[in-house]
Design a protein around this ligand. Structure first.
Ligand code: G6P
Length: 607
């Protein structure tokens, strides 16, 4: 949610900032801007629209040696040129970019208005610029420190002052900020993507920390100016993974990457000799794992759907009561923490505010909380008691795809581990390991249906509403399929348990509202076939994602897409592939902005 980048060094800053913003654009993309320090003062260029729109008004010849940039996802104030960041104070000497929400900005603004400050935008961010101006007495770091002591809310900010050329000051509370350490140059950004092509040496800032950077050094301190020494970490993501390669969109690339990303998530984690799983980062002894009496998975969006699948699996296979909860709801529910309950927070970005705050609340209450994250060094990954990285590589498209199957991979391995400690036999464990090891090639086969799915998507793209129906472990997959379609095609889509349609949703069925059924060859197949017939009887169109060779389903449905046969619990990995492709091709047919759908952002760092 909002991307921030700052640079100081000797390279042309305007280029580095624009390139950094391009790589951060998935965080927010309604307006963007840069402020570049030049000999004659600040040069601020900003406008509503995407980075390409901003680029079109920035001079081709690169300029400046330091600066800050921002790509916005609006919270306070509409999407206008004036509300785009960077924002300045009255003197025009202070410039700031901000990610987050300042809760007490109205009180501060009133005070500053009374003192004669003149505001140019409706944003909460501009208030910080004026507050710093008010407090400034020659030391910009000190002024920023005093200012953040006055503000309530969440922020990741980077500030420049024209009298301190070559210096940037950053501060964070609740919104990520990462320092990139280069050779005689420094970067500061909300995400490593912005700097990965220049440096892999990073320092993760924590809440309550303030950093001052110059091309040849940095100083981190707390809110009382106590110096903090922090480790420099090396990021292991490759530069190429941030590019689209031969694909038209990041989303398509990421869908096709799943055969590799799922395999990567299993590397070194499945042990056929002992028929079990191994997850080094859990930081739990076998005794502690054995004493787990409940597993609760907390997440948002797609990660929540992965949690629902995993909860089903944990209960069925490991025979431990399990459930998944929406982080946004759990946080405000005052949950009861059972002594031997284990909590997982699942988050691709590791920065989702709802999930982060739920995790902190759980920890405050004494819960044992583990993380399942993709972004290494993200706030959730750092603050949990232990956890697992899913290693799916950078996910850039706003609609999450490969993270879902990688989250499942990690949670399935965890399930195997705890199931083997309980009721699962060696033979059953070996079977489970083999089934998992077969997944990458099965996903590869499911991907071969892309062209067929494209035709189907073209045919149904006229629909205004869609139902996605599944049962058992595939019910959350139906929810995820519906979420994908609405996110990127803007077609209204709802996911339900196929059994539930008779309790209400069937009222929506008519010739114009297609239903997409997930029909694996499992225990519930017959029941789902009955539900399909109920829809057909009401002249509803039926698409079935079914198993190769199922002629009965093929006869009932109007259209089918087949997937390879797998054992019951492995179906979510296979069923999700056609649903992701269906959403992608529908959005493509409708001419939508697939990677950056309207109103959405990838990393939602506000509540
Ligand atoms: C946003 C994204 C979704 C994502 C959700 C949770 O809403 O648009 O794609 O599933 O956040 O994100 P997380 O990073 O916590 O998995």
């Amino acid at each position: 949610m909002c991307g921030i980048v700052g640079y100081c060094g000797s390279k042309p800053a305007s280029d580095i900032l624009l390139e950094g913003l391009r790589r951060l654009e998935y965080r927010g993309y309604d307006s963007a801007g840069i402020c570049v320090g030049t000999e004659s003062g600040f040069r601020i260029i900003k406008r509503k629209g995407k980075i390409k729109d901003l680029k079109s008004i920035v001079p081709d010849k690169p300029f400046g040696v330091n600066g800050i940039g921002h790509t916005r996802w609006a919270t306070h104030g509409g999407v206008t040129d004036e509300n785009a960041h960077p924002h300045t104070d009255c003197s025009g000497k202070i410039s700031i970019v901000h990610n987050g929400i300042i809760e007490n900005y109205m009180q501060i603004k009133e005070r500053l208005l009374a003192k004669g400050h003149i505001f140019k935008s409706e944003t909460d961010t501009e208030v910080i610029a004026h507050l710093i101006e008010d407090l400034y007495a020659g030391d910009i770091t000190l002024a920023v420190r005093e200012a953040v002591n006055h503000i309530k809310g969440t922020y990741g900010i980077v500030v420049m002052h024209n009298d301190h050329k070559g210096t940037l000051v950053g501060a964070r509370n609740g919104s990520p900020l990462i320092l990139g350490v280069g050779e005689n140059e420094m970067f500061i950004a909300s995400d490593v993507n912005a700097m990965i092509s220049y440096t892999k040496q990073v320092v993760y800032l924590e809440d309550g920390e303030i950093i001052t950077i110059t091309p040849d050094g940095y100083r981190i301190s707390d809110l009382y100016d106590k110096k903090i020494n922090k480790a420099v970490n090396e990021v292991d993501w490759e530069f190429e993974s941030f590019e689209k390669g031969n694909f038209d969109h990041f989303m398509l690339k990421e869908i096709f990457e799943q055969k590799e990303s799922v395999a990567r998530g299993m590397l070194g984690r499945l042990n056929l000799d002992h028929a079990t799983g191994h997850l080094g980062g859990l930081n739990m002894t076998s005794r502690e794992l054995l004493s787990i009496e409940r597993v609760i998975i907390v997440a948002a969006g797609t990660s929540y759907h992965a949690g629902l699948v995993a909860a089903y699996l944990i209960e069925s296979v490991a025979r431990i009561p399990a459930g998944a909860e929406l982080a946004s709801e759990l946080r405000y529910r005052n949950p009861i923490i059972e002594k031997n309950a284990l909590y997982f927070v699942v988050s691709q970005s590791g920065e989702t505010a709802d999930t982060l705050y739920a995790m902190r609340e759980l920890k405050r209450k004494g819960a044992k909380v583990l993380g399942i994250c993709n972004v290494v060094g993200s706030t959730i990954a750092r603050e949990t008691d232990g956890g697992v990285y899913i290693h799916s590589g950078p996910e850039i498209a706003v609609a999450s795809t490969k993270a879902f199957t990688s989250q499942l991979t990690a949670l399935y391995i965890f399930t195997l581990l705890i199931a083997r400690m309980r009721n699962m036999s060696f033979e059953a464990g070996s079977d489970f390991v083999r089934q998992m090891q077969a997944l990458p090639s099965i996903i590869d086969k499911a991907l071969l249906k892309a062209d067929e799915i494209k035709k189907l998507a073209d045919k149904y793209s006229v629909a205004k509403d869609f139902l996605f129906l599944g049962r058992g472990i595939n019910y959350p997959v139906a929810l995820e399929g519906a979420l994908k379609l609405k996110e990127i095609s803007y077609i209204h889509a709802e996911g339900f348990s196929a059994a539930e349609i008779k309790h209400g949703p069937i009222a929506l069925i008519n010739e114009e509202t297609p239903s997409l059924f997930l029909v694996p060859d499992d225990r519930l197949r017959e029941k789902i076939i009955s539900n399909m017939k109920e829809v057909k009887a009401r002249r509803g169109k039926v698409i079935a994602i079914t198993v190769e060779g199922d002629s009965e389903v093929a006869q009932i449905a109007d259209d089918i897409i087949t997937v390879p046969h797998v054992e019951e619990y492995m179906y979510p990995f296979v069923m999700i592939i056609p649903l992701q492709l269906f959403a992608y091709y529908t959005a493509l047919k409708l001419g939508r902005d697939v990677d950056q759908p309207r109103n959405l952002a990838k990393s939602v760092t506000v509540e």
